[in-house]
Design a binder for this molecule. Structure first.
Ligand code: SF4
Length: 222
């Protein structure tokens, strides 16, 4: 059986293979923040269509004035658009408390900020952690489905819940903003290129460190 590599070694191997990802793929902090809601249960292409529909209205001061039904229509390509319009409105009212200033939020204590975000309608742990990591400069791990799938296949003994996995990785990974930003982006990239629903193990750069990949190889040889 392959020896389990550390999270930091995994990060280094992915970084070496894919290079810097420079996430989040949005034109501004504000676009990053609303796209973290728009991307819930859909893919990035649909988020881009919704952002294109919003055009110059993709600004906090304009969106907070906009009728919820009008907003919903504009973000229709992202799916679940009525629900998402409600969530964006709720989030905007929270953002307004900080005068729509990302910099003001960046100075809020990390635990306090996470609690505030999680108290907003429609903001779950993954969305809150993405906002914290890519707009509010708070280092932390996003324990999303890509990470769960990859870690499980590599052979890590995983905690069952989102929060427990997040804490587990954070305990063993440097508390470094840039590294966490890259780690999440690299895991997603790897999940799209190789560790898909049906994994493409044969040429995977993690093959020699991965329990699932090794098992598949052995079965092929026997
Ligand atoms: S070897 Fe296969 S299962 Fe393992 S990380 Fe690569 S693609 Fe995923």
């Amino acid at each position: 059986m392959t020896e389990k590599i550390s999270y930091t070694e995994l990060y280094q191997k992915l970084f070496h293979y894919y290079g810097p990802q420079g996430w989040w793929p949005a034109a501004s902090d504000f676009q990053m923040l609303i796209s973290a809601i728009l991307v819930q249960r859909t893919n990035w292409k649909n988020v881009e269509l919704a952002l294109a529909n919003l055009g110059k209205d993709a600004a906090a001061e304009r969106l907070i004035q906009m009728e919820e039904a009008v907003l919903a229509e504009k973000i229709r390509p992202s799916g679940f658009y009525r629900m998402k319009a409600k969530k964006i409105k709720a989030w905007l009212h929270w953002f307004q408390k900080y005068d729509f200033q990302v910099e003001r939020i960046q100075s809020v204590d990390q635990a306090v900020l996470r609690k505030e975000l999680l108290a907003i309608h429609g903001i779950g742990e993954e969305t809150a952690d993405a906002m914290m990591l890519y707009a509010f400069d708070k280092a932390g791990f996003i324990a999303d489905n890509y990470a769960m799938r990859l870690f499980h296949r590599i052979g890590y003994q995983l905690p069952k819940t989102y929060h427990a996995l997040k804490i587990e990785v954070e305990n063993f990974f440097p508390h470094d903003l840039k590294m966490h930003q890259e780690f999440h982006a690299l895991i997603v990239e790897h999940g799209k290129q190789y560790c898909k629903k049906t994994p493409l193990c044969e040429n995977c750069p993690l093959l020699s460190f991965c329990w699932t990949g090794e098992k598949k190889e052995r079965n092929l040889l026997s």
